[in-house]
Design a protein around this ligand. Structure first.
Ligand code: TYM
Length: 349
């Protein structure tokens, strides 16, 4: 291990290889990964979850490209191979072995009832495969094979962490293993809403996302399509929505589009700027054209340095190859140790 040799607490996280990273991935996951990478108490393991990508329909050549693209995005965002082990999940076959052992303490009924499974089956009705059902079990193996007790992910991954904790408990009870019960490491961007329509920002919903590689004109274009209202109305708190507040415009219409937009303002321009717009909403009115221009600039300002770095990395293939090879070797060594211990405990070693 290069960095932080004397620490025993570990962190693991990953992102599927389904395309370019967007602001939701960055604020919900990568920012937490960066924060923990700089915490001397933790050894940090960050992978591209390439094998999870094949749990839903995919193109072989796209996957091949994307499993490298995610590593480039990681490095461009500031993940540092001197501080973190950066690797490819599929290169560490021990993950799949541990997932199989874990599947022996996991019921089918439990997996079928997970909201994430139901959502994907709705999205791909002809693709309700065993791999999809096993998604959370493989994720538990990803985490527990490194004995990680901290996982920087967005709030949507909480059900999967609950499954991970249950598997850890069952394994420890039944076989005397020593797995931790991992907790989510939350960021202020743990839930980044979609730019348009319902729900969260998502790669699979066109119009919902801004990518880390978008230039200023693209960001402006994407924000231009975000819904607004007349600009004036009332504001109320709502505890049980992820958007936190209800904006009702002068015509009495509820404006979730405005709640979404002001969430982005808060994330990129701060709470004071949001408060200022809210003050305008209940008095003179918000001018959305100006708001969107200023927000686009603020978002681009954060992304521009990453884009420059990514461009450099694209021209330095041998460096990236070396990062991946080193990371895979380090991850493999830890994974092999855990597998040997687990096999011994369950009667296969
Ligand atoms: P994936 O690729 O779906 O999502 C990657 C990460 O991005 C976060 N995220 C968001 N956070 C806030 N707001 C959003 N709109 C938003 N959209 C996505 C997700 O919460 C996630 O942290 N199952 C994982 C991949 C994985 C994994 C693991 C993660 C496989 N094994 C082990 C941690 C540990 C996933 O959903 O990836």
């Amino acid at each position: 291990m290069t960095a932080k040799p004397n620490t025993t607490k570990r962190v693991l996280s990953g992102i599927r290889a389904t395309g370019r990273l967007h602001l939701g991935n960055y604020l919900g996951a990568v920012k937490g990964m960066l924060a923990l990478q700089d915490d001397p108490e933790y050894q940090t393991f960050y992978m591209v979850a390439d094998a999870h990508t094949i749990t839903t329909p995919y193109q072989v050549e796209e996957l091949r490209k994307n499993r490298r693209a995610v590593i480039l995005d990681y490095l461009a965002a500031g993940l540092d191979p001197e501080k973190s082990v950066i690797f490819q999940q599929a290169a560490i076959s021990e993950h799949f072995e541990l997932a199989f052992y874990f599947s022996s303490v996991t019921t089918i009924a439990k997996m079928q009832h997970l909201p994430t499974f139901k959502d994907k089956v709705k999205q791909y009705p002809n693709h309700a495969t065993m791999a999809l059902l096993n998604y959370p079990v493989l994720m538990a193996a990803d985490i527990l094979i490194y004995m990680a007790d901290r996982v920087p992910v967005g709030i949507d991954q909480e059900p999967h962490l609950e499954v991970t904790r249950e598997i850890a408990r069952r394994m420890n009870q039944d076989y005397g293993t020593n797995f931790p019960e991992p907790q989510r490491f939350a960021t202020t961007g743990e839930y980044v809403p979609s730019l348009s329509g319902e729900g969260k920002m998502s790669k699979s919903v066109e119009g919902s996302f801004i990518n880390l590689t978008d230039d200023l004109a693209t960001i402006q274009q994407r924000l231009a399509n975000a819904a607004t209202d007349s600009g004036k109305g009332t504001i109320a708190d709502e505890a049980d929505t992820k958007l936190k507040k209800i904006y009702t415009d002068a015509s009495g219409q509820r404006s979730d589009g405005v709640a979404r937009l002001l969430t982005f303002v808060e994330l990129f321009e701060g709470t004071d700027q949001r408060a200022e717009y809210e003050q305008q909403y209940t008095s003179t009115g918000i001018k959305y054209g100006q708001l969107k221009q200023q927000l686009a600039q603020a978002i681009y300002k954060q992304l521009a340095p990453m884009q420059i770095k990514r461009h450099e990395l694209e021209n330095n293939a041998s460096f990236v190859d070396q990062v991946i090879a080193d990371g895979n070797a380090k991850a493999k060594a830890v994974a092999q140790t855990t597998i040997a211990q687990v096999k011994e405990k369950i009667g296969l070693g």
